[in-house]
Design a protein around this ligand. Structure first.
Ligand SMILES: NC(=O)c1ccc[n+]([C@@H]2O[C@H](COP(=O)([O-])OP(=O)(O)OC[C@H]3O[C@@H](n4cnc5c(N)ncnc54)[C@H](O)[C@@H]3O)[C@@H](O)[C@H]2O)c1
Length: 254
């Protein structure tokens, strides 16, 4: 007997789906049988990931969305429901971060990091909530960060945003549970994505950072995509309001 995760018949929206963890998650959900809307501010990147998904035989389309824009978020959700008949899964992977010491951060930096990473996550979730409530089922997975849990140097506005996403995840999970909707978060350790490259460089490169990781390697996008897949599937049917660390043991004290 084998155990497998089957998402056939389910529809997913993945924000930030054009790159890194979002891209790998969109692909992994599709490999498990889901129909996937790849949503990103970069239309071209989203189209290209959507084409990769169709090439493996799954249904997909791309949509351009700035997740800070409530009307655009609504359009992304509505177009997915119109096309695929439901919105069962929302993965909020899109985020923005400014890598600078606190005394160099500007209010524009605060606005961008908090606007995309926290407000954008809430805006997309709000747009999906009505449809999920009407369906009486749904799963939301938010990407957070150790910056928002234990603090990380030069990422304080982003860390503030991600700490906010933890609070949002738990409060939203409590409100949504009565409608059969589960809301969880994944907290990645440093994972090799296009977006993380400047941060890895800023902290002194992979060889230096990896020493802080008990499992002695950095994360790959598939490490995160597999954890997200679990939280999107019925295998985690009794899990809500939780944060799953996928970080090679980084936050333990040695
Ligand atoms: N990679 C890591 O080491 C790491 C660590 C901790 C947490 N995370 C979290 O994982 C998630 C994915 O990170 P990643 O490393 O894959 O990043 P990435 O930069 O590779 O991808 C982020 C994607 O988000 C999109 N995006 C940015 N602003 C947007 C907006 N306003 N509207 C819509 N899309 C927008 C970008 O175009 C990009 O495609 C983020 O939430 C990030 O905070 C990543």
């Amino acid at each position: 007997m084998t155990v497998s995760i089957d998402l056939s018949g389910r529809t997913a929206i993945v924000t930030g789906g054009a790159s890194g963890i979002g891209r790998e998650t969109a692909l992994q959900l599709a490999r498990a049988g889901a129909r996937v809307c790849v949503a990103d501010i970069h239309q071209h990147g989203a189209e290209s990931v959507s084409a990769e998904i169709r090439a493996i035989g799954a249904e997909s389309f791309a949509t351009e969305v700035d997740i800070r824009d409530a009307a655009a978020a609504e359009r992304a959700v509505t177009s997915t429901a119109d096309r695929f008949g439901s919105v069962d899964i929302l993965v909020n992977s899109a985020a923005a971060w400014t890598v600078k010491p606190f005394d160099e951060l500007t209010t524009e930096d605060y606005d961008r990091d908090i606007g995309v990473s926290l407000i954008g996550t809430m805006t997309m979730s709000r747009a999906a909530y009505d449809i999920m409530r009407a369906q009486h089922r749904g799963v939301v997975v938010n990407l957070i960060s150790d910056s928002g849990r234990v603090g990380e140097r030069y990422l304080v506005a982003y860390g503030a945003a991600k700490a906010g996403v933890v609070g949002f995840t738990k409060g939203f999970a409590l409100e949504a549970a009565r409608y059969g909707i589960r809301v969880n978060a994944v907290s990645p350790g440093t994972t090799k994505t296009p977006g993380a490259t400047p941060v890895i460089d800023h902290w002194g490169g992979e060889d230096r950072i990896v020493k802080s990781y008990p499992l002695r390697r950095l994360g790959e996008p598939i490490d995160q995509a597999n954890a997200i897949l679990f939280l999107c599937s019925d295998m985690s049917d009794w899990v809500t309001g939780q944060v799953l660390s996928v970080n090679g043991g980084f936050t333990m004290v040695d």
